[in-house]
Design a binder for this molecule. Structure first.
Ligand SMILES: [Zn+2]
Ligand SMILES: [Zn+2]
Length: 427
């Protein structure tokens, strides 16, 4: 059985500095296009979440999604049941419906941990970026969002990322497709396994993840949404393809691009990376103009995407995107006498006001021992505070990089350290 620690993230400092680089690069691209960060609560009201999920999905998928939510039972029966957020779109729409006026466009993003019960009911945490452009039906918005996702992947070092696209049409043109596909399923019931039959019947766009060759073959030989698109949807999809091609984004039309969410309309897309010879979906999204009306009662046309940051992080690490951590200039402060706590902290504070990082040794021990500790902590300089020196108004400053030491007067300590830092930086 997988250990708890492998399913929940516990990032230690050796990973955190890399995550900060990833987030910094991501935030920079998003800020360039005026996407505003929002911070959603990790805890969500289970009832609100369930309503949202049943609007997002239907039938067996909705049941599955509801079951995959991690909830917290409270002993106090008068408190509402809470769940750990499995995604962010539902909260974002509820929030936006409260603040938005007709005609307003909002650009939001959020990132951080999401939680689900994974296969075999294992609980898991995963990091995700969610981007939503709300309030616009235009083709320009759709392309803005798709290009933004591509740009983020490229900035993170995944230059080869490709788009898989499809159109789910509008309510007008998808109805005849649904009817025909259901008719086809009924006629060819024997060529599908029970799971595919039930899931596809409930939502013809569902991703059944069934590997059965017969199911896949039968599905491919059946009706395809691409043949049902009305003139408007067809023209819109052609425009999206043209714009993406002209922007230099490689795309493939995948008529079998399925999403487990029935709420998408018109353009849907996946970001596909090739890593170690294997293609993998690292994110995706689409337009969802009808969803807000269903869960908030307010019509807000929308387009958005998610990126799986765990997968992105792994690929970035494997590709050496994170170079060696830049060495900090740090000063190790040790004292060889008792009762010099005040002096030690005062010197450290003075260094902090100059923006110099310090590591204070809490112990009284020999210079040799402290020197090896300072080196282990990658410090460049070391201050050794001794009572007899202090009485003479001086302090021992050891340069661990140059391997030499000097006494400096107490008042010259900070200038001497600044000078040493400058000299080391210039090398
Ligand atoms: Zn249409
Ligand atoms: Zn099947």
């Amino acid at each position: 059985m997988t250990k708890q620690s492998e399913r929940f993230h516990e990032f230690m400092p050796d990973k955190v500095w890399k995550w900060k680089i990833l987030e910094e690069k991501m935030d920079k691209v998003l800020a360039l296009q005026d996407y505003q960060e929002i911070r959603l609560s990790v805890l969500q009201d289970s009832a609100v979440l369930n309503n949202g999920i049943t609007a997002l999905m239907q039938g067996a998928e909705a049941d599955h999604a509801v079951q995959s939510v991690l909830s917290i039972s409270l002993p106090e029966s008068n408190l509402s049941l809470l769940s750990l957020r499995p995604e962010g779109t539902i909260s974002v729409l509820h929030h936006t419906a409260k603040i938005t006026n007709p005609g307003e466009v909002h650009r939001f993003y959020y990132s951080g941990p999401m939680f689900r019960k994974a296969e075999a009911l294992k609980q898991m945490e995963f990091y995700q970026l969610g981007v939503e452009l709300l309030g616009s039906e235009s083709i320009l918005s759709e392309n803005e969002v798709i290009s933004l996702g591509m740009k983020i992947c490229q900035e993170l070092g995944l230059k080869e990322v490709r788009l898989d696209m499809n159109s789910y049409g509008c309510t007008k043109c998808r109805e005849p497709f649904f009817t025909d596909l259901r008719g086809y399923l009924e006629k060819r019931k024997d060529s599908f396994c029970g799971l595919c039959y039930n899931e596809l019947y409930a939502n013809p766009f569902s991703e059944t993840r069934c590997k059965d060759a017969d199911c896949q073959h039968s599905l491919k030989s059946g009706p395809q949404i691409g043949d049902y698109l009305c003139d408007t949807c067809k023209a819109n999809f052609n425009k999206v393809k043209n714009i993406q091609a002209n922007l230099g984004n490689v795309y493939k039309v995948n008529p079998h691009l399925y999403k487990n969410f029935a709420y998408y309309n018109e353009t849907v897309f996946d970001f596909v990376a090739t890593h170690e010879g294997r293609e993998m979906v690292i994110g995706g999204g689409g337009r969802y103009d009808y969803l807000s009306a269903q869960i908030t009662g307010k019509m807000i046309p929308a387009v958005g995407f998610y990126l799986n940051l765990d997968i992105l992080f792994e690929i970035m690490e494997a590709r050496g995107v994170f170079q060696t951590k830049p060495l900090d200039f740090k000063v190790y402060i040790s004292s060889e006498s008792e009762n010099l706590e005040m002096m030690t902290l005062q010197i450290a504070q003075e260094l902090h006001t100059q923006g110099i990082k310090t590591i204070i040794s809490p112990e009284i021990s020999t210079t040799a021992k402290e020197t090896s500790r300072a080196k282990a902590k990658s410090c460049s300089l070391m201050l050794i505070i001794r009572e007899d020196n202090i009485r003479e108004g001086k302090i021992l400053l050891r340069n661990l990089i140059k391997d030499h030491q000097d006494y400096v007067s107490l008042k010259d300590t900070v200038p001497a350290i600044l000078l040493a830092r400058k000299a080391l930086k210039q090398e």
